[in-house]
Design a protein. Structure first.
Length: 210
C-alpha cells in the first residue's frame, strides 16, 4: 500500500481584552486570552458522495493530527498550535477524508501559508519517489477555483512496485486570514477520483471558514 496518509484539515485565532468597572471608575483590566474559536468546518454531507457508504464526521479537534506530521505532501506546511484545527471523515469502506484549517495573525501570513501548502502539494510526487524507490507517484493539477481569495485542487496517484494503488485529492483555499486544506483518498486510480464533487466540497469548505 502507499506510504502516504490521507488526509485532508488548518483553523481560527481570536483574543479578547477585558475591562472592569469599579465604583464608577473605568479600570483597565489585564488582557486575557480567550480560547481560540475554530472556524466553520465541512459536514459529512459536504463530502463527495460515496456510491455504497455514507460519510461519518469526527469532532473538530484542536491541532494537527499526528498522522499528518510525517505526511510527505502536507506534513511540513500545515503548521500547528492554538490556531489550527482539524476534522476527520470516514466511510464504512476504504474512503476517508480530512480537513485542516488555521487562522493566521495577518492576511500576509495567510498568503504565505497558502503558498507554502500549494508548493508542497505540487512537489510531493517527486518527494514521494525520492523517499521510496518502491513507489511511483503522479500528480495532476485540476486547476483553481473562484471562491473567496481562491483555491487550488490537485490529484495524486501512488502505485507500489507490487501493484497496490492509491488515489488522493488535495486542495488548499484561503479566505482572508484563514487557510484550509481538504484531503480525500481511497484505493484506486485517477478514474476513481470524484473530481467535480471534490471541487464542490472545496468551494464549500472555503465558504464555511467565516
Amino acid at each position: 500500500m502507499s506510504q502516504h496518509t490521507r488526509s485532508a484539515a488548518l483553523g481560527a485565532f481570536t483574543a479578547l481584552a477585558i475591562t472592569g468597572l469599579t465604583l464608577g471608575t473605568v479600570l483597565s483590566a489585564p488582557a486575557v486570552a480567550a480560547a481560540p474559536k475554530a472556524p466553520g468546518f465541512l459536514a459529512a454531507k459536504d463530502l463527495p458522495p460515496h456510491p455504497s457508504s455514507s460519510w461519518t464526521a469526527g469532532r473538530v479537534t484542536a491541532g494537527v493530527p499526528e498522522v499528518l506530521e510525517l505526511d510527505t505532501c502536507l506534513g511540513k506546511a500545515l503548521g500547528g498550535g492554538s490556531n489550527t484545527w482539524y476534522r476527520e471523515f470516514r466511510t464504512d469502506l476504504d474512503a476517508g477524508a480530512r480537513q485542516v484549517s488555521a487562522e493566521l495573525p495577518s492576511v500576509s501570513a495567510a498568503k504565505g501559508r497558502f503558498s507554502r501548502v500549494d508548493k508542497d502539494i505540487r512537489s510531493c510526487a517527486k518527494r514521494i519517489e525520492r523517499a521510496d524507490p518502491e513507489l511511483e507517484a503522479t500528480l495532476r493539477d485540476y486547476g483553481t477555483l473562484d471562491v473567496e481569495e481562491g483555491a487550488h485542487v490537485y490529484g495524486l496517484h501512488v502505485e507500489t512496485s507490487w501493484g497496490a494503488t492509491d488515489i488522493r485529492l488535495l486542495s488548499v483555499g484561503r479566505d482572508g486570514r484563514a487557510v484550509t486544506v481538504v484531503d480525500w483518498g481511497q484505493m484506486g486510480d485517477f478514474g476513481d477520483a470524484p473530481v467535480k464533487a471534490f471541487k464542490k466540497t472545496t468551494t464549500t469548505a472555503v465558504k464555511k471558514l467565516h
